[in-house]
Design a protein around this ligand. Structure first.
Ligand code: KIV
Length: 294
């Protein structure tokens, strides 16, 4: 495990990560580390820690907003969180996740909504879920000058079609379709591709066939990079932890401990203490108490 420098704020600024850097990292065989972000302090910490990219994923609908799944998330909600992340991050590549129904209705809407991520959300690229059926939208968004990250395998916006949050590509037929979709997305000009919940050896095969980097989540070690939902990694999401997550902290418990300590301090009059109080100059106090009409 790496250690933090003495003063995390004094770190030398890093080189800006771009979609080109993503490609170069794949060429050099350097793993790409991506995490989700949805607020300013988290973006700041991710960026200072050296993350390659921050994905403002629509999973924020579940882990931040408490929805049952990602379907209710709106463009306005996404842009609100994107702006907060953009204020905190300097070097990481910033990718905004296109929410359900923001790119499916028409090509025009897909371009307009993708553009809003860059124009009003401070993002530098967008991600959208789906394979061959999304090619017209992907072509059009890229033609508008917006880098696109694809997303195949378990695509949570299609949870109702998939029959639940279940691994994809476990049969030869579905695996072949996944590989074909991956090649089509690369050909369409996607700069990278998320592979979610697919067998490790299939993800490795796809990663070897593509020149663009694959970013895996529940797709094994053979991908060119990895992404996790930050709230899962930090132990901040209370409902469930997917099998593919490694928890690096247990912040939900830490938060409860801190909140309980605060409540006890307030109830026991241990907070605020002298050092948290604002002083008034003695002569002003005297004037207030003894010369009420001054
Ligand atoms: O919304 C999200 O966080 C994602 C990642 C899981 C890839 O799409």
């Amino acid at each position: 495990m790496s250690t933090l420098p003495q003063d995390p704020e004094a770190q030398i600024p890093r080189k800006k990560i771009t979609t080109l850097v993503f490609r170069q990292k794949k060429e050099r065989g350097e793993p790409i580390a991506v995490l989700t972000g949805s607020d300013y302090p988290t973006a700041l910490a991710l960026d200072r820690a050296g993350i390659d990219a921050i994905l403002v994923g629509d999973s924020l609908g579940m882990v931040v907003l408490g929805y049952e799944n990602t379907l209710p998330v709106t463009m306005d909600e996404m842009l609100h969180h994107c702006r907060a992340v953009a204020r905190g991050a300097r070097s990481a590549l910033l990718i905004g996740d296109m929410p359900f129904m923001s790119f499916q209705v028409s090509i025009e809407e897909a371009i307009r909504n993708a553009g809003r991520f860059l124009q009003f959300g401070g993002m530098e690229a967008v991600k959208l879920e789906g394979g061959r059926e999304r090619l017209p939208a992907i072509h059009a968004i890229i033609a508008a000058g917006i880098p696109v990250m694809g997303h195949l395998g378990l695509t949570p916006q299609s949870v109702n079609l998939l029959g639940g949050f279940r691994p994809q590509g476990r049969t030869a037929v579905t695996a072949r379709r996944l590989l074909e979709d991956a090649l089509l997305l690369e050909e369409a000009g996607c700069f990278s591709l998320v592979l979610e919940s697919v067998p490790a050896r299939l993800a490795e095969m796809i990663s070897k066939r593509l020149t663009i980097p694959t970013i895996g989540i529940g797709a094994g070690a053979g991908c060119d990079g990895q992404v996790l939902v930050t709230h899962d990694l930090l132990g901040l999401f209370d409902r469930f932890t997917p099998k593919f997550v490694r928890k690096y902290a247990n912040l939900h418990t830490e938060m409860q401990i801190a909140f309980s300590a605060y409540i006890a301090d307030v109830q026991g009059r241990a907070f605020p203490a002298q050092e948290h109080s604002i002083e008034m100059p003695a002569e002003e106090w005297e004037a207030l108490v003894h010369k009420p009409n001054r």
